[in-house]
Design a protein around this ligand. Structure first.
Ligand code: PAF
Length: 269
């Protein structure tokens, strides 16, 4: 695996996996999928300040460089790219807007977050001449916005989504999980329980009720949102199950957790 600090040293036509580091098995699964699709896998590590509302949050974002290098190497990355701030944001680089979809759910709680995400991803796509880019379903709203971005850019990059990787007890893997203390880690299962109940509900009303009841009954969990949405535009689901997803987010002892689950086809009318 080559470690490079400039995009000029990257392989053209690669499979690309952008990350902010603090890599875990969820990232490893993206790298492995990328390697199945291409002999050249570029992973970037760049903690993008523009997607944090508060710069202190950005500076507190976990950084585990040695482990990241090991995990990337073991999981099939051929080029690990550690860009500088100046390479990503040359003087005068214009910020993009994530539009209305960037202002709801995650965007409503994290002002400007998705503007920062689409801005950095657009720039990364400009620099990495990739054939494929892989994103996890864990951040489903981000995935939807990136598909929209690729369409707007009229880019040939194929966006491939990869399923959420979970701990044995169901907690979705996330770089933020290391911040959970023992009690919060136990309580964090509330998201998986609420989503599983909703995904298997027999109708939309009971799916929504399950989400809210389970989320509301967990001590210490402060719910931000829980909804059943149409995954194409995040509008509130009103009828069949096709492309419907349960989404949830909240805080446990100051740590923000988000998760989502596909509604089971045919069960919900
Ligand atoms: O999902 C992430 O890690 C980030 O939002 C991304 C896509 C790498 C952009 O900074």
């Amino acid at each position: 695996m080559k470690i490079v600090t400039s995009a000029t040293d990257l392989a053209d036509g690669c499979a690309f996996v952008p990350t902010m580091g603090a890599l875990h098995q969820g990232h490893a699964s993206l790298f492995k999928l990328a390697r199945e699709k291409s002999d050249f896998v570029v992973a970037s590590i760049f903690v993008n300040p523009m997607q944090f509302e508060d710069q202190e949050e950005a500076s507190k974002y976990p950084r585990t460089p040695e482990r990241d290098i090991e995990l990337a190497k073991e999981s099939g990355v051929t080029h690990l790219w550690l860009p500088t701030y100046e390479e990503i944001y040359p003087e005068g680089f214009a910020k993009r807007s994530a539009s209305a979809l960037g202002d709801i759910y995650e965007g409503a709680s994290r002002s400007g977050h998705f503007d920062g995400v689409v801005t950095v991803v657009a720039r990364l796509f400009q620099l990495v001449r990739a054939r494929i880019a892989i994103f996890g379903e864990k951040d489903f709203q981000q995935l939807t916005l990136i598909r929209k971005l690729v369409h707007e850019l009229n880019s040939d990059i194929e966006v491939i989504s990869a399923p959420t990787i979970r701990e044995a007890d169901g907690l979705a893997m996330s770089s933020r999980n290391v911040r959970l203390d023992e009690t919060s880690r136990e309580r964090s299962l509330v998201l998986y329980r609420a989503l599983t109940a909703a995904a298997h509900s027999s109708d939309l009303d009971s799916a929504r009720t399950s989400l809210l009841l389970i989320a509301g009954s967990q001590e210490g969990f402060s719910l931000d949102y829980a909804e059943i949405i149409d995954e194409r535009d995040f509008s509130k689901a009103i009828d069949t199950t096709l492309n419907k997803r349960a989404i949830i987010a909240g805080w446990l002892n100051g740590v923000r957790l988000i998760d989502n689950m596909e509604m089971k086809l045919g069960d919900v009318r």
